[in-house]
Design a protein around this ligand. Sequence first.
Ligand code: GLP
Length: 263
Amino acid sequence: MRVIIKENSDNVSKWAADYVAYKINHFKPTKGRPFVLGVPTGSSPLGMYAELIKLYKAGKLSFENVVTFNMDEYIGLDSSHPQSYHYFMQENFFKYINIKPQNIHILNGMTKDFAKECSDYERAMRNVGGVHLFIGGVGVDGHIAFNEPFSSLESRTRVKTLTESTIKANSRFFDNDLSKVPTMALTVGVGTIMDAEEVMIIATGKNKATALKHGIEGALSHVWTISALQKHRHGIIVCDRDAASELSKETVEYFMDIEKNNY
Ligand code: GLP
């Protein structure tokens, strides 16, 4: 696993965006051979999206042949709901770039047939040849996408019930009213994310420090689903000093040293 520790969240966003741009540009995607990107919502990736938009506007990056798969979506919110992940992606990213609408995939939280929606989503990923780079955030309890504690580390796209901790954390987007937060979501599984060629998790702020400690220094465990990254061949965590603040001094020194000359 690579752990990239940056001074602050702006530097994390910049590094993450530059890395995504490098991967896409290096791949030289075409219509018949698109670059497949897994994308998250939440506050963690916002700065990265802003940087990617800048790179696009500067002519340094094109999304013409990029296909995206979002990680998750609340059940019961339609795409016009301001807190739906459909809406989030349009407003914070897609409407500013040249991605083709048909290349965007987001789970439909309004479907009547959850099982079909989830298996169709997995099939769509397979049909396009799998995900090249899956980007994610991490919850305070260590969840990736909506794979709450005790999710199977082999899980696939499915319905998940949200924990009280996640409902509380996400209530800040719903007028701090717990009763407005959906209690269920559709989410890609830990196994779905781990199938990607590369996985990059973005973590900023002190409230993510415990999750990173367990994910990086703890045992592989379904309690902290982020720890699944330990078994991935190309796992990256890019974080700021605050999110790294519960790591041991030795761990921080090791990664600062080994990454000092890396991209
Ligand atoms: C939600 C999302 C996750 C996200 C997490 C952290 O639960 N389903 O994908 O990583 O929140 O969000 P934030 O980045 O806002 O802290």
